[in-house]
Design a binder for this molecule. Sequence first.
Ligand SMILES: *Cc1c(COP(=O)(O)O)cnc(C)c1O
Length: 361
Amino acid sequence: MAIKSATATIDLSALVYNFNAIKQMAPKSKILAVLKANAYGHGLERIAKALPQADAFGVARIDEALALRAGGVVKPLVLLEGFFTGDDLAVLAVNNLQTIVHNEQQLQAIEKAKLDRPLKVWLKIDTGMHRLGIYPEQFNAFYQRLKQCPNVQNDIVIMSHLGCADDRTSATTEQQLAVFEALSSTLAEEKSMANSAGILAWPNSHYHWIRPGLMLYGISPLLPNDASVSPVKPVMTLQASLIAIKAIRANETVGYGGNWQSTSDTTLGIIAIGYGDGYPRHAPNGTPVLLNGRRVPLVGRVSMDMITVDLGPAPKDQVGDVATLWGKELTVAEIATYATTIPYELLCNISRRVQTQYALP
Ligand SMILES: *Cc1c(COP(=O)(O)O)cnc(C)c1O
């Protein structure tokens, strides 16, 4: 009897399919594929190497960029949070890392630095999300200082980030685009605005560089209530085996805190995956798990290493059978809705002890 411990199988042909689908949505744009947080849990280097057609990769932290360089990735790499201290600048220059600039401290550090070669900079404007970025009224001064700075390459990319692009009915995206246009339309620089939701729902946001993350991994970036059919295919399938099957009587409670009670005689299945693997602890009773072609409900609290499902009376399932927690037939977005979170968080939370297998194209 073979038992499968928590395993994420990564379908690289689905990844390439998604990349091509994204390319078709924005045929004139270059693609910065976003690989932060271990490529949304899919494996940083393996995903980078499976996307030779990407024009650049985006990461959040220097360590992620250095891991890609150490793995032999030579493509342009962009730090989407920028650098954190002036000491980082030498590392950026030596490793040919591009950086976002979003505040005065960063600009001063670049102006003061002594670098062997100029850096490529993406200037980030806060067009309304109010997270990173300079205010529109700061734009002209920042732009001029960057243009005059010998430590900065002449071709600056002007960028911003959309806060509500997942909601087709929100007026915010058009407002953000209007602010962006007003500042940048007369400049010949390259521009970038769109994350996955922008790519899918807001063609006006495409500009020269699109920045897909979630959609590359096969998840629709639009709100769960958006009725449109997802144009991408899930890349990750998360699975684990049944390691025990047992009958229980009616009116018995299950798991920590006994927060689920059987209403009739039934059979429990114990599956070897828990929050220690990244399965969400907040998944409630009734969250579906795929097993032998049907959906069975989670019952009782998610433990660190196990979950319990209700197999019903007289099931045919056997110890060793493989359950799917999410994948193509049961999407991570659906599980995220049960767990009152978003698919991004579930994917990033896949932990180190989960075995990752790559299915080649
Ligand atoms: C994470 C990130 C993206 C990708 O967002 P998705 O919604 O996953 O497509 C794009 N741009 C920036 C600046 C980001 O931080």
